[in-house]
Design a binder for this molecule. Structure first.
Ligand code: GAL
Length: 702
């Protein structure tokens, strides 16, 4: 049950992590004055405050938190209150050294940083739930309490843990999954390399080994670690549900690609409000493309509902090799970029930049320079804009294209001893997403996972993208087939549908899970070395080429769209198309039958764009607004018959769009209603959120 509608009052929430324990009491008074000035509506309070709340095993100090809660409430700031269990105090690690996590090589991780606790530790569970119970009971009726924030970014630092506690818990998990040891032996293929287990106690985590570890063991260990942490979360959730059944509960995910330890599709079923943290990685070629992908992924996890951006940064972070500061206007663009893709809250880490500790060079809403600063002025401006977007809250993002994402496929794909270490899960997913973004088309990144009870229904989408879905369960393959049967265009890329959920190869020719749907059969993979470029004939687009991958492919019931000219398989199709049903060969667009496309190489951007534009045209998917320059993001949120068009201009040129309505950012009429202008003009680096004139908003066809 999702409770996001009940969360934190009206409008787009604006605020961030508040850690008053880092500051003297008099600073708090200044804090709330500044919060009011900036339009802060919520804070996440006390996330790392366990050692302040319980300074010794038998000592509790809640007075300071009482004061902070009262002060925030008196100043109209809602509190997303932490259960404060993210990092145990030093006394805890000293008293229970067995709770410290252990790396694969046996190294123990010491106290002195954060999150130094083992995911399987029941000692930790006991103390964390006791703290959660104390906090929940004390603040259950406090008027500032609006939501529970359980722990913080589970798994950020403490997985995988390979300690003996985890080993014992792993055995229990395995028996629950496979029934008995024979089941484990079969799933892991232990007939190979003399790995057959005779007793469950012989099984250990995949610790440092002489050469390649058993892939089934590695895959299951990742599943197990995700489940172990989910168990820790659910233990606290159970306490909160019991003490405060009506208060929504969340824990902040990390849905970006550099964190891949948790199966968030499984976790998402257990939060009332889906929240995530997102930090821009300065070294990426196109950081905003990654932001867009992650936001679309977060929305997918939320089942299309609005979600909360719990943390991002006003400017630089402190944990990248070089921490690039945001330039004027960038914080606004990043923030509205998230709202444009479904966020109903803009949270930051953290309210006040610390003056001591490991994160003192991380930006905050109040910078070291104080309020006489460009950054603070931008914060105040952003708060005002967030306030003006109140009516957008609760609306949903329009998208007609789905892109599948599966953590289990990721975990299985990125293992050792595969045909090519150059095949990285997510690379082609990002290629495709970036290509659609260049064409102004919004994508839902839809999570699939064997660990969830319901496979997503893909039948409402006109296009379904299946990039590198190496591990594909029968249920997922059936969901893709159902979408194709319903008329969608399905695009499957190389190294998809190869193994089942046990990481066993599907025999009879690749890609076993999609062979019939695609009408192709692959006898052998033919990956190419880094730097090798594979020329394609010009049928897709002149000059297109592939890298990374080729294969001995035969069309059994498909036509070649383009073929390799050189490389290991000259003359062999590199992209194929199988028309499906109804309108095949006759008209295109809405109502026509779909098609199953297969891509057997990593297409360069020109080839990718040529392919996706052809697929979109055949599927009848148009850009949100036509003729938008690359670098300008346009998305639409909709609520019944009302809609809002978001325009985020990342380029250094003004953009004009033929859109009419009322811009909530500039508070001006635009387009037809603005006779002087006639068009929406968005300045270089600027943003607009246009409440569309009702008769102008195009309702999607049923
Ligand atoms: C997040 C974390 C915050 C802070 C932030 C810095 O991972 O939740 O506590 O460390 O990163 O970017």
């Amino acid at each position: 049950m999702r409770k996001w509608r009940e969360w934190a009052g009206p409008g787009i929430a604006f605020g961030g992590d508040y850690n008053p324990e880092q500051w003297p009491r008099e600073t708090w008074d200044e804090d709330v004055v500044l919060m009011r000035e900036a339009g802060v509506t919520f804070v996440s309070l006390g996330i790392f405050s366990w050692s302040h709340l319980q300074p010794a095993p038998d000592r509790w100090e809640f007075g300071w938190l009482d004061d902070a809660m009262d002060l925030l409430h008196a100043n109209g700031v809602a509190v997303d209150l932490a259960t404060a269990t993210a990092s145990p105090p030093p006394w805890f690690s000293r008293r229970f050294p067995e709770t410290l996590p252990q790396r694969a090589d046996g190294t123990r991780l010491w106290q002195g940083s954060r999150q130094a606790w083992c995911p399987s530790s029941t000692v930790f569970t006991e103390h964390a739930t006791a703290l959660a119970e104390k906090v929940a009971t004390r603040y259950a009726d406090h008027p500032a309490l609006t939501m529970w924030h359980v722990s913080n970014e589970y798994g950020c630092h403490d997985v995988p843990c390979h300690c003996d506690t985890c080993a014992a818990a792993f055995r229990v998990w395995l028996l629950a999954r496979y029934g008995d040891l024979d089941g484990v032996n079969e799933a892991w293929g232990t007939a190979f390399w003399s790995q057959r287990y005779g007793e469950i106690e012989e099984i250990v985590p995949p610790r440092t080994v002489p050469t390649f570890a058993n892939p089934g063991q590695v895959l299951d260990y990742r599943r197990f670690q995700s489940d172990a942490l989910l168990g820790q979360y659910r233990a606290e959730l159970e306490v909160l549900r019991r003490v405060t059944p009506d208060v929504p509960v969340t824990t902040n995910f990390m849905t970006n690609d550099h964190f891949r330890h948790l199966d968030y599709a499984a976790w998402a079923e257990h939060v009332d409000v889906l929240s995530t943290d997102h930090y821009v990685v300065g070294a990426l070629a196109d950081p905003e493309a990654e932001l867009a992908f992650t936001a679309d992924h977060t929305r997918g996890l939320a089942g299309g509902d609005p979600w909360l951006l719990m943390e991002h940064s006003t400017s630089a972070v402190n944990w990248q090799p070089v921490n690039v500061a945001k330039r004027p206007g960038q914080m606004m663009r990043h923030s509205l970029g998230h709202v444009a893709r479904g966020a109903d809250a803009l949270g930051f880490f953290q309210w006040r930049a610390s003056r001591a500790g490991a994160e003192k060079y991380h930006s905050g809403l109040v910078p070291h320079a104080g309020t006489d600063s460009r950054l603070w002025r931008e914060v105040v401006e952003l708060g005002a804009v967030a306030g003006r977007l109140a009516e957008v809250r609760g609306s949903r993002v329009d998208a007609e294209v789905a892109l599948l994402w599966d953590h289990h496929a990721d975990w299985a794909c990125d293992q050792e001893a595969h045909p090519s270490a150059e095949v990285r899960y997510g690379a082609v997913a990002h290629d495709l997403h970036a290509s659609l973004r260049r064409q102004g088309v919004t994508v839902d990144v839809v999570p699939v996972s064997d660990a969830v009870t319901t496979t997503p229904d893909l039948t409402g989408y006109r296009v379904v993208l299946v990039p590198t879905l190496y591990l594909t369960s029968d249920a997922t393959a059936a969901a893709v087939q159902a979408a194709a049967d319903a008329g969608a265009h399905v695009v499957v890329t190389y190294f998809s549908g190869i193994v089942d959920e046990r990481d066993h190869v599907r025999l009879g020719g690749y890609p076993g899970a999609f062979r019939d749907l695609l009408g192709v059969r692959v006898e052998e993979f033919a990956p190419v070395l880094p730097g090798v470029s594979l020329r394609l004939d010009g049928r897709l687009v002149a000059g297109a080429h592939g890298t990374t991958w080729a294969e001995d492919l035969t069309c059994t019931d498909a036509e070649a769209v383009t073929s390799f000219v050189d490389g290991p398989v000259p003359g062999v199709p590199a992209v194929t198309r199988r028309g499906l049903g109804g309108g095949e060969g006759e008209g295109t667009g809405a109502g026509a039958g779909g098609a199953a496309w297969y891509v057997a190489t990593r297409l360069d951007p020109s080839g990718t764009d040529a392919l996706t534009s052809r697929v979109l045209a055949e599927a009848g998917v148009a850009p949100v607004v036509p003729d938008v320059p690359v670098g300008v993001d346009v998305t639409r949120r909709r609520d019944g018959d009302r809609s809002w068009l978001f325009v985020v201009n990342h380029t250094d040129a003004e953009v004009t769009l033929d859109v009419s309505g009322h811009d909530l950012v500039t508070q001006r009429a635009v387009g037809a209603a603005d006779e002087a202008a006639g068009l929406l003009r968005v300045a270089a680096g600027g943003c607009a959120v246009v409440r569309e004139a009702r008769d102008e908003a195009v309702a999607p066809e049923a």
